[in-house]
Design a protein around this ligand. Structure first.
Ligand code: ZN
Length: 205
C-alpha cells in the first residue's frame, strides 16, 4: 500500500476529528476515533480496501468528504436484525465484533419473514469469536473512508445488491500508537500513519 498517500489523507482529517463514543483523549484536547479497515468486494468482484472506515445514514454521505469524523454522524456499527418465531431482534453490531459479512442471494434469505420498512439484505455474519449467524443487514446508508488504491476518500452505497462481502482487517484485536494514542483495528498497519511510531499490539493482537 502507499502509506505516504494514506498518511497524507489521514493527516488532512486530523483537525476535523471530534470526540466519539470510543475515543482517546489527548493533552491538546484533540480526541480520535478508532480506525477500522476492511476489504470490501462489490457484486462485480471489484475490491476496495478502505481505511478509517465508518457508516453513515442516508443523506449524510457527503460527510465522508467534508467532515470525515464528525462526532454525531460517524458510526462504527451496523444495524443487524435476526428473525425468530417470537419476533425480530435488532442489534447495533459493533465493527469490533465483526470479522466478515457475506451478502446472500435473495432466495437464500435466512427467514421467510422480512423486517418492516425494507432496506435490509439477507447476510451471513462471522464474528471475531468465530460464531456465525444469518440475519439482515440494514442497507440504508453508506460505508466510507480512505480508499487505499486511490489515496482519496470514498463512499460506498450499501443498497442491496451492490456489495458482495465485507472483510474487516482485524481479529477483534487492535494496536495503539504509544506516541499519539490513536487506536487501529487494522492488522496491516505496523506504524502509525500520523507520526510513523511503531504500533503496540493490545489485547493479544
Ligand atoms: Zn501516532
Amino acid at each position: 500500500m502507499n502509506r505516504n498517500i494514506l498518511a497524507a489523507c489521514l493527516l488532512a482529517t486530523i483537525v476535523l476529528i471530534p470526540a466519539g463514543a470510543q475515543t482517546v483523549s489527548f493533552p491538546d484536547d484533540i480526541t480520535y476515533d478508532p480506525y477500522f479497515s476492511a476489504d470490501i468486494r462489490d457484486g462485480a468482484g471489484n475490491l476496495f480496501r478502505v481505511h478509517n472506515l465508518s457508516y453513515r445514514l442516508p443523506g449524510e454521505e457527503a460527510d465522508f468528504f467534508i467532515a470525515p469524523n464528525r462526532e454525531d454522524r460517524a458510526k462504527y456499527y451496523f444495524w443487524v436484525t435476526r428473525g425468530s418465531d417470537a419476533g425480530l431482534a435488532t442489534y447495533a453490531l459493533d465493527f469490533r465484533k465483526i470479522q466478515a459479512i457475506r451478502f446472500l442471494p435473495e432466495d437464500d434469505s435466512p427467514e421467510d419473514i422480512l423486517p418492516d420498512g425494507g432496506g435490509y439484505a439477507p447476510s451471513e455474519f462471522t464474528l471475531t469469536d468465530g460464531s456465525v449467524f444469518t440475519g439482515w443487514l440494514k442497507t440504508e446508508g453508506f460505508l466510507g473512508g480512505v480508499d487505499e488504491e486511490f489515496g482519496v476518500r470514498v463512499s460506498l452505497n450499501l443498497a442491496y445488491g451492490t456489495l458482495s462481502t465485507i472483510d474487516f482487517r482485524h481479529t477483534g484485536t487492535y494496536s495503539r500508537c504509544p506516541f499519539c494514542g490513536a487506536l487501529f483495528y487494522d492488522t496491516g498497519l505496523e506504524a502509525c500513519p500520523f507520526d510513523t511510531t511503531p504500533l503496540l499490539p493490545q489485547n493479544g493482537g
